[in-house]
Design a protein around this ligand. Structure first.
Ligand code: PXL
Length: 272
């Protein structure tokens, strides 16, 4: 059996399941080794009031340099939440190197949700994130992030328009594959998959409940499936199936948005 390895660049939040707290268990359950690059340590994610934040920006260069001198052969480098604009520049520098050595790049451009930019980011962050996306093989924005990157207003849309948005992002950012999640349509939410110059809409069943960390869970499953050689559409369907169950069960178990998805309850769905 071939062993796969992913370099996961993200924060570690103690309270509120998201980022590396979700990514490490998911990829490990999929039998993929995770090398984390911790960008920021937080007592709780930024949806909580006044989290204590240790910004590791000044350590990132040395972290990357040593990790990449000791380890190689990553199937994917996958970035998510980056706590400062400077972090986006540093990650870009190492992602360019990784790409040259054959590692595929997945950028989840974490910037906001539900039509709003997260409080930690400013206008410059959007430009910096766009720059990081420029080298990626795949980006997985939610609809809010896709609108921020494309500089269009967040509003209900329709399949043809949403596919045109994916095409616009693909051209703007020179990214061949784009997955936009949580696209609001009249009939409910959809996922848009853009690949090989073509777009498709995957309508999602409505499940009650919204939880922090679902985007991280979705991108992690997509990343794990792609690392194992699955096709993008199949990977997206598997990620959707996992996240839908996670939301459904977290709601049933009484979780709150802030607590995040109860990822440890459903990891067994990922065992092969
Ligand atoms: O998954 C999104 C996310 C990741 N990391 C941190 C966050 C959030 C969203 O609020 O605050 C620190």
């Amino acid at each position: 059996m071939q062993k796969h390895k992913v370099l996961a660049v993200n924060d570690l939040s103690s309270v509120g399941k998201c980022s590396l707290g979700v990514i490490i268990p998911i990829l490990s359950a999929m039998k993929i080794e995770v090398c984390p690059v911790v960008t920021t340590i937080l007592s709780a994610h930024t949806g909580f009031d006044n989290p204590y934040i240790v910004d590791l920006t000044q350590h990132l260069d040395k972290m990357f340099a040593h990790i990449l001198s000791e380890s190689s052969g990553f199937s994917f480098a996958y970035s998510g939440y980056l706590g400062s604009n400077q972090q986006m520049d540093i990650v870009k520098k190492y992602f360019v190197q990784l790409k040259q050595s054959g590692t595929k790049l997945l950028v989840d451009p974490v910037l906001g949700d539900n039509g709003k930019r997260y409080s930690a980011f400013d206008e410059n962050s959007i430009e910096k994130m766009a720059q990081l996306c420029l080298n990626a093989d795949l980006i997985t924005p939610n609809y809010t992030e896709a609108c921020l990157l494309a500089e269009i207003p967040y509003q209900e849309t329709e399949p043809k328009k949403a596919i045109r948005l994916a095409e616009k992002l693909s051209n703007m950012l020179s990214v061949p594959s784009i997955v936009i999640t949580g696209v609001p349509m009249k009939t409910g939410k959809s996922i848009i998959v853009w690949e090989d110059g073509q777009g498709i809409e995957i309508p999602c069943d409505y499940v009650k409940g919204e939880y922090c960390g679902t985007g991280d869970a979705f991108a992690s499953v997509v990343c794990g499936c792609l690392a194992k050689g699955k096709k993008l559409c199949d990977s997206v369907l598997e990620a959707h199936r996992f996240v839908r169950t996670a939301i459904y069960e977290t709601y049933r178990l009484g979780g709150s948005w802030k607590d995040g998805i109860m990822v440890e309850e459903f990891l067994n769905m990922l065992y092969e």
